[in-house]
Design a protein around this ligand. Structure first.
Ligand code: GDP
Length: 430
């Protein structure tokens, strides 16, 4: 059976921790979309790790980890990350890189940077890791698949075709130096050797694993709000962040997906440009304090180090985020972070043009939305590391009950700290 772990919001919900925890009972963990542009922070017995491209199952020797065909594969980053984790004492993981995955090329990174420069103040806050140009090329069918690396003539032909177009763009739109096909070709052949031992038929493997009754975990990157179709377009990412895309990006059949665990934090955080709509944002000293106390080391990007914008729990966005994911349950993380507050606000409605709505709108209306808050009493104590839900303070449980009633999805896991075991299991009231 297949379980997907995905984000209900803007990313950074703590999916890495939940995946790391649930991976124990899984046989296969698959990354199915995105690239190395965001990261999961995982803290376990082996240390603190920021994973960007490797699946979170790499800490368990019994797990086969797969980089699925839907991922933007930056081979250099994968090789560096593999070296990093093994140098921190993690045994060499079992890894399959799908032969159908496409390559994030050095020119995608360049193009991303050039485009942000061209857009100036109107930029989308890209991480400049080449993700948007990568997916544009994939759908324009000029991308290069991993399997192409093993047919040199085909590789040279496809690379030449891609670079011809890039050079027109680079020289005439961006006024930047042209690329050299031969240099790129040689670079790719070198990179090919880094992944050669891992390349395989991930599609066949996944279907065989299902036939053998294995447990498969899909690991999503970012969250619902960042989906290019159902999110806050155009301030989205370029691959689908929804569990449904796992059927494409990890090649699992829709009928095999039995559980969709939507991860959401007890407050909100969002990376990206300051122009991005973030209705429940908390700014000023109040926001600085929440940011400083958030996550395991404050709310700063795992990949970029950028300070994240923070806000109160947004029930409108999260209800919608869980709905479009098809959540069968929710996991609430970072409840411990809120222990310092006398009162905690929850955004329960959006006021748009004078009317209050609970429906998550499209971007033009979202940009005009003002938050409507409901306040709940805080619990004013440290619950970090608590593993028994019943032992939590009444106000903390009342807060979780309230969030559950707002999002209409059973909250079954409540996380009380960044470490693997810092989690409670909750009997849902729904
Ligand atoms: P992901 O991309 O969804 O995996 O999220 P990130 O790793 O970017 O951000 C989540 C942050 O919260 C990380 O620093 C985690 O270590 C941390 N974290 C996860 N769960 C909890 C929790 O329950 N409490 C606290 N304090 N931190 C947590």
């Amino acid at each position: 059976m297949v379980k997907a772990i995905v984000g209900a919001n803007w990313g950074d919900e703590g999916k890495g921790k939940i995946t790391d925890m649930l991976a124990e009972q899984s046989d296969v963990v698959i990354r199915f979309q995105g690239g190395a542009n965001a990261g999961h922070t995982i803290i376990n017995d082996m240390g603190r790790f920021a994973l960007h491209i490797l699946p979170s199952g790499i800490f368990y020797p019994h797990i086969t980890n797969i980089i699925g065909n839907g991922v933007a594969l930056d081979i250099q980053k994968l090789a560096d990350e593999l070296r990093d984790v093994t140098s921190q004492g993690v045994p060499a993981p079992k890894l399959i890189v799908s032969e159908r995955a496409q390559l994030l090329m050095p020119y995608h990174v360049l193009q991303d940077g050039y485009e942000e420069e061209r857009l100036g103040g109107k930029a989308f806050g890209s991480t400049k890791s080449g993700i948007a140009p990568f997916y544009s090329d994939k759908y324009a069918k000029t991308g290069i698949q991993v399997c192409d690396l093993f047919d040199e003539q085909r590789l040279l032909e496809r690379l030449t075709a891609a670079v011809t177009v890039k050079n027109i763009l680079f020289e005439h739109l961006y006024r930047k130096p042209a690329l050299d096909v031969r240099e790129l070709f040689d670079q790719l052949l070198r990179l090919r050797e880094e992944i050669r031992p891992y390349v395989g038929d991930a599609v066949g493997f996944v279907h065989q694993a299902l036939a053998d009754g294995k447990n498969i975990l899909l690991e999503g990157q970012l969250g619902s709000m960042k989906d290019p179709d159902l999110g806050i377009f155009p301030m989205t990412t370029s691959s689908h962040t929804l569990a449904g895309f796992g059927c494409v990006g990890a090649a699992v059949p829709p009928s095999a997906m039995e559980e969709v665990i939507c991860v959401t934090k007890a407050y909100s955080s969002c990376v990206g440009s300051s122009t991005e709509p973030f209705v429940s944002e908390v700014t000023g000293p109040e926001g600085d304090e929440l940011r400083r106390r958030g996550g395991d080391k404050g709310e700063f990007g795992a990949t970029t180090g950028r300070p994240r914008r923070v806000g109160w729990f947004d029930a409108v966005a999260t209800r919608y985020g869980c709905m479009v994911q098809g959540a069968t349950q929710a996991a609430l993380t970072c409840l411990d972070v809120l222990g310092y507050l006398d009162e905690i606000k929850v955004c329960t409605g959006y006021e748009i043009d004078g009317a209050v709505t609970g429906r998550f709108p499209t971007t033009p209306a979202l940009l005009r939305a003002k938050p409507v808050f409901t306040s709940l009493p805080g619990w004013k104590c440290d619950i970090r590391g608590c593993t028994d839900y019943r032992a939590l303070p009444e106000n903390a449980k009342a807060y979780v009950d309230f969030l559950e009633s707002q999002i209409s999805v059973p909250i079954r896991m409540v996380s009380t700290g960044p470490k693997r075991r810092e989690i409670t299991q909750r009997a849902s009231k729904l």
